[in-house]
Design a protein around this ligand. Structure first.
Ligand SMILES: *[C@@H]1O[C@H](CO)[C@@H](O)[C@H](O)[C@H]1NC(C)=O
Length: 527
């Protein structure tokens, strides 16, 4: 049925449980979701027992999400919802049995039209009525944006808002009860979506968890497009190969910056303190290997400096050192950065022949001037969200290889303006996660409960270790997180146990090593 495979059947549970399950199943299958949401047609309505591995045969293969394990009984609703005469979204609501009363919306990434099924599974497993949508189109390509402003608007904000309205309504009719509190969880583009929502629809969420937020989006796209013009093509004369970045360039970054936090553990706690000087790597008569020529040195200087107009006006902050080990995969790969390339071709210039090697300041200006679908997302305050008691929690990996963490530092300071730290603490908190790449993974204690990746099951759902639960307790109990304790599993394998944990500090504080064992969370102090 609907591509469902029963991987595991639960036997031997008491008869009463079976009856409850049957009742839930009946309630699910007799539900008429499409009649409740304007412009909706049904794709799927199915009861999904715990232990099922759902498969998604119609899902765009570029989304790379063919199947998903579901670990709680739920009612799965998939709809197509029209958002305008020429646009629509694909929407899912996963309504769990034994519902907590909480609502959760999940975000997207990149310029993708990909529902994060792992986050739907994560939210519903923790008893949230959870929704997700494809953000207006299917798959990772930007081509569906071409000559399609309705789809761009969906992508900028309308898909999320539409799915929040639909999801809240469906949940209310299904459970015959209003939700208690409403939450959002997303990273990268998804982080931006959460902040856009606080700006445009402050009533949608009580608590927003926004990781590595892609704020100041137009300039972010430009900043990323520029790397190809800095590094040149991978075949060009002075191209710096990945191997150099990964080994001796990264080693020099670590040599200069690792112990600013007093610990030689290969992890930089606060990237904003690392003022990397690449000139130590310049080739000379006595140094002819593992060294940079003048042109290459200039590339590093450009990458690690703020991106500005000739007037000095900032476009986007510098890349933070430490991220190079992973930045070689995309930004320093000597090929156009796909998301930026597609965005300029299909959205900003409406010209599929646009050539990424011609990118310059005129393109920066064009993107910012057009601000497609009002996607910018760079508020200097969020008064209605703050006034209604909304809470915003941001986090950013200090080794983020796709969005410089210095931009989130800048965004927090912009929101702060002249306000005191204490008045910010009331409603917005920002945590810098050392040793974390873009949204997840890395050598640090990066498992935070930030989404449905495999490692999350190892940390449980308590506020000390789980950022979503930390948000719930902030909203519902007024217990605000002072730090986020991340977990590192041995080789990121939960089965192998915890390697170490670290309490990531609240901005502007950062960790300093004050003890004897870098793997002991108590050996660190937020200063
Ligand atoms: C997107 O994919 C869904 C299935 O996941 C499908 O129902 C829908 O029609 C697709 N939308 C477009 C615009 O192709």
């Amino acid at each position: 049925m609907f591509g469902t495979v029963l991987a595991l059947a639960l036997f031997g549970t008491a008869l009463v449980t079976g009856t409850q399950e049957e009742a839930f199943q009946k309630k699910c299958l007799s539900f008429k979701p499409e009649s409740l949401v304007k412009g909706a047609t049904r794709n799927v309505l199915e009861f999904v027992p715990a232990g099922t591995i759902l498969s998604f045969p119609d899902n765009d293969p570029t989304c790379n999400r063919g199947s998903q394990l579901v670990s709680r009984d739920l009612c799965r609703i998939a709809l197509n919802i029209e958002t305008s005469g020429s646009s629509s979204i694909t929407f899912e609501a996963w309504l769990p049995d034994d519902w907590s009363g909480r609502f959760l919306a999940t975000g997207n990434g990149g310029i993708d039209g990909c529902i994060k099924y792992e986050d739907l599974a994560y939210g519903s497993a923790n008893a949230f009525a959870t929704v997700g949508a494809n953000n207006g189109k299917n798959g990772t390509s930007g081509e569906p944006f071409f000559n399609n402003p309705g789809t761009v608007i969906d992508f900028a904000w309308r898909s999320l808002h539409t799915s929040v309205e639909a999801g809240k309504k469906l949940s209310k009719h299904f459970f015959k009860e209003d939700y208690t509190k409403s939450y959002y969880l997303g990273c990268s583009l998804g982080g931006r979506q959460g902040i856009k929502s606080a700006e445009k629809f402050p009533g949608d969420f009580d608590g927003i968890v926004a990781g590595a937020p892609a704020v100041d989006f137009n300039n972010l796209v430009s900043w990323r497009a520029r790397f190809f013009t800095i590094t040149g093509h991978e075949d060009s004369l002075n191209f710096i190969p990945a191997e150099a970045w990964k080994t001796w360039i990264h080693d020099e970054v670590i040599r200069q910056c690792d112990t600013l936090d007093k610990a030689a553990d290969g992890i930089i706690e606060d990237a904003s303190k690392c003022h990397f000087d690449p000139s130590t790597l310049l080739c000379s008569a006595g140094k002819t290997e593992k060294c940079l020529n003048m042109d290459q040195l200039q590339q590093l200087n450009t990458i690690f400096a703020d991106y500005t107009f000739p007037s000095g006006e900032l476009i986007f902050p510098a890349m933070q050192p430490g991220s190079e080990v992973n930045a070689i995969e995309k930004l320093y790969a000597g090929t156009p950065f796909g998301y930026s390339d597609d965005w300029f071709k299909y959205v900003v210039h409406n010209d599929p022949t646009w050539d990424a090697s011609t990118f310059d300041l005129d393109d920066v200006r064009a993107a910012e001037r057009l601000n497609p679908g009002d996607i910018r997302t760079y508020p200097s305050s969020l008064p209605p969200f703050e006034r209604r008691g909304g809470k915003l929690l941001m986090y950013h990996g200090q080794q983020d290889n796709q969005i410089t963490t210095l931009n989130t530092d800048r965004f927090f300071k912009r929101l702060q303006g002249r306000r005191s730290q204490a008045s910010m603490d009331e409603w917005v908190r920002y945590f810098r996660i050392s040793g974390m790449n873009h949204c997840n993974s890395g050598p640090g204690a990066w498992v935070l409960g930030q989404g449905g990746n495999a490692a999350q099951k190892g940390i449980g759902f308590d506020r000390e270790r789980n950022v979503l639960k930390a948000m719930v307790d902030w909203v519902e109990k007024g217990v605000a997180p002072e730090f986020l304790e991340g977990t590192k599993f041995v080789t990121d394998n939960v089965e192998l146990g915890v390697d170490f944990t670290r309490r990531h500090c609240m901005f502007p504080k950062s960790n300093v090593f004050v003890g004897n064992d870098v793997k002991d969370a108590g050996s660190w102090n937020c200063q």
